[in-house]
Design a protein around this ligand. Structure first.
Ligand SMILES: C[S@@+](CC[C@H](N)C(=O)[O-])C[C@H]1O[C@@H](n2cnc3c(N)ncnc32)[C@H](O)[C@@H]1O
Length: 218
């Protein structure tokens, strides 16, 4: 299993992008958010997509294992923060943003009170196949009915490189989510930005796909 804390300690964070995810800008409207609605970023790292959403007037909740990553996020974006203890988490808070430092799988619905949408980029695909099913089940357990999810996955010949990031097939998205979510594939696209590990591995192809999902069943 990936040792995420070690990646952060060694600054091996080549998944981090210095630009906002284009598909978030492109498909934000599909999330049907009202001003100041709360958006959840699972396995958030120090993603600048959170800053983009803050600047659009939304509130953010994130969860991230690494204290280093969270502190870098607040320092690099010049946000003053406080730390409080909430259950087993350290909760880092600034205006309109809260990031739980700890394990996604320890979150419960009370931690995501009022969340209206989820943005998952490089979160599902950060997990190996055994964990992906557990991740989707847990996500389903902690969000409310009606919540929409904007999901971006990555697909490449898995036998040519070991993850993370892991390759997720479209058929897997369907089998993971179809029990409780209605879903729509938005587009497939090529994205070589920040994919040096994949490029170095010389994989035959890299394809991304974006989905809009909505929780419609418990
Ligand atoms: C590939 S990175 C992606 C980060 C972010 N989504 C982005 O787009 O930059 C995956 C992140 O998930 C965090 N992570 C992995 N497992 C986790 C878990 N069980 N709970 C919380 N965070 C986790 C890692 O520390 C890492 O920062």
């Amino acid at each position: 299993m990936a040792n995420w804390l070690e990646f952060w300690e060694n600054n091996e964070i080549n998944w981090h992008s210095d630009v906002v995810t284009q598909e978030l800008e492109e498909y934000l409207g599909l999330l049907k958010l009202e001003p100041s609605d709360k958006v959840f970023f699972p396995l958030c790292g120090k993603s600048l997509d959170m800053i983009y959403m803050l600047n659009q007037g939304f509130s953010i909740i994130g969860v991230e294992l690494s204290e280093i990553g969270i502190k870098q996020f607040f320092h690099e974006n010049e946000l003053d923060f406080t730390i409080t203890q909430v259950d087993e988490f350290d909760l880092y808070s600034a205006k309109n943003i809260e990031i739980y430092c700890g394990d996604f799988f320890s979150l419960s619905p009370k931690h995501l009170c009022d969340v209206k949408a989820v943005f998952d980029r490089k979160s599902l695909i950060a997990l190996d196949q055994n964990l992906r099913q557990k991740y989707v089940k847990h996500l389903n357990d902690i969000i409310s009915l009606g919540v929409r999810v904007l999901l971006i996955i990555l697909h490449y010949p898995q036998h040519q490189m070991s993850g993370p990031p892991f390759s997720v097939q479209k058929s897997e998205v369907e089998s993971l989510f179809s029990m409780a979510f209605k879903y729509q594939e938005l587009k497939s696209f090529q994205d070589i930005e920040n994919r040096s590990k994949l490029m170095n591995a010389g994989v035959d192809y890299i394809e991304n796909a974006a989905y809009c999902l909505q929780k419609v069943r418990e």
